[in-house]
Design a protein around this ligand. Structure first.
Ligand code: PLP
Length: 377
């Protein structure tokens, strides 16, 4: 599908599912009306949005009124921080230094401006955040606290125990934002039972389009609007809606969650095959994070002992048609070693490489990739 190239960077973004493209095209052609208009074109467009919201809510086992469509993960994360500090009047923040830069930078900016202290959780040797530290910190802090932790780390793939994190936050009445950008549509989530107040998602991580995402806001909390302007999204996020994007997000989520048992298992098997073959062919390569424990089934982070500059390895692979990431490829395009790898492995000088699979990858691609990597090294 990708002209002979091998695309192993699905944690950065995924190719669109053809069924999702079809659905978007249908919306582009038929529903150009402004959803706020009262005549039929507007009402029909509005109807598509509300049907999409209902579907997303149903798939995530929450209420339609708890789903808000945004422009993506970054906007959802920024909005949650803003609402926690400004509307819920949180007076302390707990997060970790290995969160996505959307979380780190949004928190740094607003906490500085509002003079709210930020506490960073200890990171364990295997790259997991220390949830006992979360418990200890919350027991010391005597103020309403905003906790923002990612469900799965986009760089090393570690999956946090969301149930435990949610229970700890609940015990201390803290506001819990979970960055679920890498797990929505990849796992069946149980947001309400896990005491999550905010959860963020982005359609392009599950074969939907870029520029559309969602924010779950638990109806137990009462917040004001994210973006001021018109009355869209029930007065919470102003601006004419991205109708085709929203419909596509719902469709992509539906496909992913319907396929989760079959496709999820195939991807997991592909990752296992990749690890086996790599260990056989290139035993000098090791793995980052909790790779054989609580880790995303589609992501594996490698450590390549390689003397040449980091950029050169990725570039040489690119020339040979291989698309992989050296860190977080979804941010600036720069290939300096990621803040996550630096934090978890401060003393290790080897080159990190993230491989992330999707349903469009095959064993043949794995074999070809390992052959090319071997030659390149
Ligand atoms: N959070 C995580 C864990 C991510 O992986 C990403 C994107 O890579 C984001 C947030 C930001 O999402 P977006 O780029 O869609 O705004």
């Amino acid at each position: 599908m990708l002209q002979n190239r091998i695309y192993f960077d699905n944690a950065a973004t995924t190719p669109l599912d053809p069924i999702v493209i079809e659905e978007m095209q249908e919306v582009f052609k038929t529903h150009f009306g402004n959803p706020s208009s009262v005549y039929s074109y507007g009402r029909e467009a509005k109807m598509r949005i509300e049907l999409a919201r209902k579907k997303v809510a149903q798939l995530l086992n929450v209420k339609p009124g708890e789903i808000f469509f945004t422009s993506g993960g970054t906007e959802s994360i920024n909005s949650a921080v803003h609402m926690a500090l400004c509307d819920l009047e949180c007076k302390a923040i707990i997060t970790s230094e290995i969160e996505h830069s959307a979380t780190l930078n949004a928190i740094e900016d607003l906490s500085n401006r509002m003079d709210v202290p930020v506490h960073y959780l200890n990171i364990k040797e295997n790259g997991h955040v220390d949830l006992d530290h979360l418990d200890a910190l919350l027991s010391e802090l005597q103020v309403k606290t905003y906790v923002s932790l990612m469900h799965a780390n986009n760089e090393i793939g570690n999956v946090m125990d969301i149930e435990k994190a949610g229970a700890i936050c609940h015990k201390y009445d803290a506001i819990f934002h979970c960055d679920t950008v890498q797990t929505i549509a990849h796992y069946p989530l149980n947001l309400k039972d896990n005491h999550v107040h905010f959860a963020s998602g982005a359609a392009h991580k599950f074969h939907g389009p870029k520029g559309v995402g969602m924010l779950f806001i638990n109806s137990d909390i009462h917040v004001m609007s994210m973006l001021k302007g018109g009355g869209q999204e029930r007065n919470m996020r102003a601006g004419t809606e991205n109708i085709s994007g929203i419909v596509a997000l719902a469709k992509a989520l539906e496909i992913s969650l319907t396929e989760i048992d079959t496709v999820g298992k195939e991807i997991e098997d592909l990752k296992k095959y990749f690890i086996q073959q790599l260990q056989k062919e290139l035993p000098q390569i090791t793995f980052n994070g909790d790779w054989d424990g609580s880790c995303l089934y589609n992501v594996i982070s490698l450590r390549v002992p390689y003397e040449e500059a980091h950029n050169m390895l990725l570039m040489n692979l690119d020339i040979k048609g291989i698309c992989v990431s050296g860190g977080s490829a979804c941010s600036s395009g720069s290939q300096s070693v990621s803040h996550v790898i630096q934090k978890v492995y401060p003393d290790i000088k080897q080159t990190p490489m993230r491989i992330s699979f999707s349903k469009y990858n095959t064993k043949e691609e794995v074999d070809r990739f390992i052959q090319i990597l071997k030659e390149t090294l």
